[in-house]
Design a binder for this molecule. Structure first.
Ligand SMILES: *[C@@H]1O[C@H](CO)[C@@H](O)[C@H](O)[C@H]1NC(C)=O
Ligand SMILES: *[C@@H]1O[C@H](CO)[C@@H](O)[C@H](O)[C@H]1NC(C)=O
Ligand SMILES: *[C@@H]1O[C@H](CO)[C@@H](O)[C@H](O)[C@H]1NC(C)=O
Length: 257
C-alpha cells in the first residue's frame, strides 16, 4: 500500500512539474488539473472555488446553481457562453462600506472604490486561539506589531472545514464588537481577512461590521481558504471585480511566499 501511494504521489508531482496546464491520460483527451499551489510551492491560492455546494448566507441549501449555458456548442452555437448569477457576498469575497452603511451605499462607496494598495502587499497570517471568538482579550494576546497593515486570521473555522460544508453554520468564529474596536483603535491594520463568510461573529454580526467599515479605511476579506498554509509573512494579492454600485464582490486572493 505504502509503495503504491508513494508512487502515485511521485507520479502526481511529476505530472504537475511537467504539465503545468494539461495532463495527458492514456487516451488523447486532455484533462484539467486543479491546483491550490503554484510556482513550486511559492504561490498559494487562498480563494475558495465557487461551487453549487458551497455555503451561502441566507440559504440552508448552499449556493445552488449559479451558472447556466444558454448557448452551447452541443446545440449548435459557435461557442459556449455561460451566464452566472450569484450573491455578491459569495465564497471568498470583500465587503465595501456600503454593505452596512446606507448613506455610504447611496454615496457610491462600492467595491470599485476600494484601495488596491491596501488589497495588495505584505501580510501576516496568524493562528488565533481555538476556544474563543475574536474579542479584545484575544486581540491583545496576539501581540501584532505596530506597522503591520494586513492580517489574515486563521481560526477554528478552518479546522472545522466550515467552508466545505453546504449548510451555513452560525456557530462560526468571528470578531466580537470589542475585538474589532480594539483592532481599529490600536493597530495599523487596514486589511482584515478571515476564514468564514463573515468577519463578525453571528452574535455581533452587524455591530462588528459597523466598526470595521465605518472609517472606510479598513477592507474586510471573508471566507479565505487558509488550509495547509504555515503562519507567517507573505505578500497578499486580492483583486475584486469592478462592479459599479456593488457593496460586495467575489475576489481572487493569493499569497506569495
Ligand atoms: C440550447 O440549449 C439551451 C439549454 O438547454 C437552451 O436554453 C437554448 O434555447 C438552446 N438553444 C438553441 C438554439 O437551441
Ligand atoms: C461546451 O458546452 C458543452 C455542453 O453543451 C460541454 O459539454 C462542453 O464541454 C463545452 N465545451 C467547452 C469548450 O467548454
Ligand atoms: C463564537 O460565537 C458563536 C456565536 O456568534 C458561538 O456559536 C460559538 O460557539 C463561538 N465560538 C467559540 C469558539 O467560542
Amino acid at each position: 500500500m505504502r509503495t503504491v501511494s508513494s508512487f502515485l504521489l511521485l507520479f502526481t508531482l511529476l505530472q504537475l512539474l511537467l504539465n503545468p496546464i494539461f495532463s495527458i491520460s492514456d487516451s488523447d483527451d486532455p484533462f484539467p488539473v486543479r491546483r491550490e499551489v503554484y510556482g513550486n510551492g511559492r504561490i498559494f491560492d487562498i480563494t475558495h472555488r465557487i461551487t453549487s455546494d458551497m455555503p451561502s448566507y441566507g440559504s440552508e441549501e448552499g449556493l445552488g446553481q449559479f451558472l447556466w449555458l444558454p448557448n452551447s456548442m452541443k446545440n449548435g452555437s459557435l461557442a459556449n457562453n455561460s451566464v452566472m448569477k450569484l450573491p455578491t457576498h459569495t465564497g471568498t469575497h470583500i465587503d465595501a462600506p456600503g454593505h452596512v452603511f446606507d448613506h455610504y451605499y447611496d454615496a457610491g462607496f462600492d467595491v470599485d472604490t476600494l484601495d488596491l494598495e491596501v488589497l495588495n502587499g505584505p501580510a501576516l497570517l496568524v493562528d488565533v486561539p481555538r476556544d474563543k471568538n475574536l474579542t479584545v482579550e484575544v486581540m491583545t494576546s496576539l501581540h501584532i506589531p505596530k506597522g503591520v497593515k494586513r492580517v489574515l486570521f486563521r481560526t477554528l473555522n478552518t479546522d472545522r472545514r466550515l467552508m466545505w460544508k453546504k449548510k451555513l453554520d452560525s456557530s462560526f468564529v468571528g470578531f466580537m464588537k470589542d475585538g474589532a474596536q480594539w483592532l481599529v483603535d490600536n493597530t495599523d491594520i487596514k486589511l482584515v481577512g478571515i476564514d468564514y463568510l463573515s468577519i463578525a461573529a453571528y452574535d455581533d454580526l452587524i455591530p462588528a461590521h459597523l466598526v470595521f467599515l465605518k472609517s472606510r479605511e479598513t477592507i474586510v476579506v471573508e471566507a479565505l481558504k487558509l488550509d495547509d498554509i504555515k503562519p507567517g509573512i507573505y505578500t497578499v494579492h486580492c483583486l475584486p471585480l469592478r462592479m459599479l454600485g456593488a457593496e460586495g464582490s467575489p475576489v481572487r486572493c493569493i499569497l506569495i511566499k
